[in-house]
Design a binder for this molecule. Structure first.
Ligand code: ADP
Ligand code: MG
Length: 373
């Protein structure tokens, strides 16, 4: 039994349907303009503006409580903003004078807990939102969607007999069957165990791309956002912090918290002197900053490697932990009280106590002015 086994009932490997067979929808553009929201006196969203482009997959990423679900619920029409407007293909769907009912928005929803109707069969769950098609057409559309997610053989069973991964596939089929303009997904993979998650995520991504709907996907997991998104919207405390491609956010974080959100760092301190900072891991150029500015220096553990030549900074190996894919190595450097940590692929031959030379990739060093300057 391989990776694809995904059933508690039969043990039959249930693979997804043929790629490229999900029904396509019309391309839509959704615009969020100055969205504010509060629960009572407590603000949850503060002047949030962004666009979803046709066919684009955008991840709303941020820590728990930052307002992601609230924004998604506002887009769906399940919650109303305090102020601001939402447009879909230039038509206002939510604003001070307009409010289009959720079922009229052309939106497909997928939630973390799948939210299937327990007393309806799988087929009935998927035909539920298709009443406007008429009975026979709705069954055709539902069967096609179930086929695409590889769940045709379970049409007549009830949700409780399915595993979490299978229920989430049915929830996806239900969301795409009406050919929505926009798919809204709130932490859709959090309820799945790690072994299943990668498969469900990759196949879901393929389905989303095929439908050409634009998708807004909420997650608190930066790896998931990197893997799924064309664009990531990083949120913090109800505000948009940074919007960009996964690569832009990873390689060019706007501030220290944005950097820390994606990765563990070695954190050092330093002071700007004549356009650069001298640190224990090398010199960082900061031509635009004034001499005397106090800085936080962040160094990615994967940016530190052991030199195979005489070049590099002197170091002494401390603790070594082998994690399989990589080793985490503490390295003691001159002029630094605490060791820096390096993440090196595979296993290393060096032992604790060995003297080595290290190289640090300048692209993996980030410098931010300290808040207390
Ligand atoms: P996220 O999805 O990013 O975890 P939410 O949008 O669910 O965040 O919540 C944003 C903030 O609003 C949180 O501080 C949360 O406690 C609060 N909140 C969420 N739902 C309600 C509610 N129904 N009533 C009052 N406060 C709420
Ligand atoms: Mg949430």
């Amino acid at each position: 039994m391989g990776e694809m086994v995904d059933t508690v009932t039969t043990g039959i490997p249930a693979s997804w349907g043929k790629r490229g067979t999900a029904a396509a929808t019309f391309a839509a553009r959704v615009q969020f303009k100055n969205i504010c929201h509060s629960y009572g006196d407590v603000p949850t969203l503060k002047d949030v503006s962004f666009d979803l482009n046709p066919g684009e997959i955008v991840c709303l990423l941020g820590p728990s409580g930052c307002g992601k679900s609230t924004l998604l619920r506002i887009a769906a029409g399940l919650e109303r903003q305090t102020s601001g407007r939402i447009f879909m293909n230039n038509q206002e769907i939510a604003g001070p004078d307009n409010f289009l009912a959720p079922e009229k928005r052309g939106i497909g929803l997928v939630f973390q807990d799948f939210a299937l109707f327990p007393h309806k069969s799988i087929l009935e769950n998927v035909t539920f939102g298709l009443t406007s098609l008429g009975k026979s057409q709705s069954i055709v559309a539902a069967k096609a969607a179930l086929k695409r997610v590889g769940m045709s053989q379970y049409e007549h069973v009830y949700p409780y007999v399915l595993s979490g991964g299978e229920q989430q596939r049915v929830a996806l089929a239900r969301a795409i069957a009406p050919r929505p303009l926009v798919l809204l997904m709130d932490e859709p993979f959090s309820g799945l165990d790690q072994r299943l998650r990668d498969n469900v995520r990759d196949e879901t991504l393929a389905v989303l791309k095929e439908t050409s709907a634009c998708s807004l996907l909420v997650t608190h997991d930066p790896q998931e956002a990197m893997r799924m998104a064309d664009r990531i919207i990083l949120m913090r405390e109800g505000c948009l912090v940074q919007v960009g491609s996964p690569k832009e956010l990873y390689t060019n974080p706007v501030d220290i918290e944005a950097a820390r959100f994606f990765c563990d760092f070695n954190e050092l301190e330093g002071v700007v002197e004549a356009g650069h900072i001298k640190t224990a891991v090398g010199t960082v150029n900061t031509p635009e900053l004034a001499t005397g500015t106090n800085m936080n220096i962040l160094v990615r553990p994967q940016g530190i490697t052991i030199s195979t030549t005489d070049e590099g900074l002197d170091g002494r190996i401390g603790n070594v932990r082998f994690l399989g894919e990589c080793s985490l190595i503490d390295i003691h450097l001159a002029n630094l009280d605490n060791p820096v940590q390096a993440r090196i692929p595979g296993e290393i031959v060096e032992k604790q106590g060995d003297m080595i030379k290290i190289l640090v990739d300048p692209a993996q060093i980030f410098a931010f002015p300290r808040k207390d300057n």
